[in-house]
Design a binder for this molecule. Structure first.
Ligand code: NAD
Length: 310
C-alpha cells in the first residue's frame, strides 16, 4: 500500500490533457473535479438566448466539453464511459474554494510559465497543508513555476507529467522541485505505479525533462528536414507509425494529437533556456509549424492540422 491516500482530486484545465487525466483518475476510482475558465466570449450569446450568465451549464462549458470529448473520441474513446460519472465539472471562478477539499490538485493549463505562476499563487490561497499539488507541464521548470510560493507549499509541489493519451501511455515522469519533500516524491511514485498503473521515472528539473527533450527534438528535426526534402506527410507517417511497431503513433499524427500550439510552447521552453547557441538553434521553430498555428490549424482539437478531421 502506498503511504498517500487520494480519494478526491481536482484537475485545473480541461483541454487535451486535463480532461484525459481526469478520465484516467476516474477509471482508478478517484472522484475528480475538472475545472476550466469561464468562456466569457460565449456568455453574451447565451444571454441573448435567454439564459443568465450564472447558468452553470454556460459557466462550466469548457470543462463539460472536455469531459464529453473523453467518450466521443474516435476510433478509441479516451476513457471508459462507465466511469465518467466520477468526474464533476466546474469553473475556476465558482468552484475555486472547493479546491481546499482535495487530496491532490493537478494543474494542466496552457504551457506558459506566466499563466502557471499566476495559477499557483492563487492556488496557494486556498491550499490546505498536506494537499499534494502537481503540474502536468511538458517542460516548464518546476522550481521557476513555484518560486514565489511558500516553502511549505513547495514541499508539496512537484511535476507529474502524464503522456498523451494517459489511458494508453504508461510512462509518467515525476519531477521534484528544489524544495519538494523527497519522501512525498517516493510515496507519489508508489501511488502512481500501484493505483494508476503507471511506469514512473523520476526526472530532473531540466528543460523538457527527459522524454520530451528527446521527443521534441526528433519531431522538430523530422518536420524541418523531411518536408524540405520533399517527402509527404503520409510517407513520413507510414515509416514512423505501424511499420516501426507503434500501432497508432506516427510523426505528424502525434503532432496533431498533442496540439501544434502546445508543441510550439514546449519547443520554445527549451530554446529559451538553452545553454548555448547550437542548442538554441536546434529548437528553433520550423516556419511551417508557426504558420499553421497562426492560421488556427492546431491539430485534432481545432479540427485541422496536418490531417483534416472528417
Ligand atoms: P490545451 O490547450 O488543450 O488545454 C489547456 C486548457 O487550459 C484550455 O481548456 C484552457 O481553457 C485552460 N486554461 C487556460 N488557462 C487557464 C486557467 N488560468 N485556469 C484554468 N484553465 C485554464 O492544452 P493541453 O494540451 O491539455 O496542455 C495542458 C498542459 O499539459 C500543458 O502544460 C502541456 O504542456 C501539458 N502536456 C500536454 C500534452 C499534449 O500532448 N497535449 C502532453 C503532456 C503534457
Amino acid at each position: 500500500m502506498s503511504a498517500v491516500q487520494i480519494d478526491r482530486a481536482a484537475v485545473i484545465g480541461a483541454g487535451v490533457m486535463g480532461a484525459a487525466i481526469a478520465g484516467h483518475l476516474a477509471g482508478a476510482g478517484i472522484r475528480c473535479l475538472l475545472l476550466d475558465v469561464v468562456p466569457h466570449q460565449l456568455l453574451p450569446d447565451e444571454e441573448r438566448k435567454g439564459l443568465t450568465i450564472s447558468h452553470s451549464a454556460v459557466r462550466n462549458r469548457l470543462a463539460e466539453q472536455g469531459k464529453q470529448r473523453l467518450v466521443r473520441m474516435n476510433p478509441a474513446p479516451l476513457y471508459d464511459a462507465r466511469f465518467i460519472h466520477r468526474i464533476e465539472t466546474g469553473n475556476v471562478e465558482d468552484d475555486w474554494e472547493r479546491l481546499s477539499e482535495m487530496d491532490w490538485i493537478i494543474e494542466a493549463v496552457v504551457e506558459r510559465l506566466d499563466v502557471k505562476q499566476q495559477l499557483l499563487s492563487r492556488l496557494e490561497q486556498v491550499w490546505k497543508p498536506g494537499t499534494i499539488v502537481s503540474s502536468n507541464t511538458s517542460g516548464v521548470s518546476i522550481q521557476e513555476m513555484s518560486k514565489s510560493c511558500s516553502p511549505s507549499f513547495r514541499q508539496h509541489f512537484m511535476g507529474t507529467h502524464f503522456f498523451n493519451p494517459p489511458r494508453y501511455m504508461k510512462l509518467l515522469e515525476i519531477i521534484p522541485g528544489d524544495m519538494t519533500d523527497s519522501s512525498l516524491v517516493q510515496d507519489m511514485k508508489q501511488f502512481c505505479e500501484k493505483r494508476l498503473g503507471k511506469g514512473v521515472v523520476i526526472a530532473k528539473d531540466t528543460p523538457n525533462f527527459i522524454a520530451n527533450r528527446i521527443g521534441t527534438y526528433g519531431l522538430m528535426m523530422t518536420v524541418q528536414e523531411m518536408v524540405s526534402h520533399g517527402y509527404t506527410i503520409e510517407e513520413v507517417d507510414a515509416v514512423t507509425g505501424p511499420a516501426l511497431g507503434r500501432p497508432k503513433s506516427a510523426t505528424f499524427r502525434t503532432l496533431d494529437l498533442v496540439g501544434l500550439d502546445t508543441f510550439l510552447h514546449v519547443a520554445g521552453n527549451v530554446r529559451d533556456r538553452a545553454l548555448d547557441e547550437s542548442e538554441r538553434r536546434a529548437f528553433d521553430i520550423p516556419e511551417l509549424l508557426q504558420k499553421m498555428v497562426d492560421q488556427g490549424w492546431l491539430g485534432e482539437k481545432s479540427g485541422s492540422g496536418f490531417y483534416q478531421k472528417v
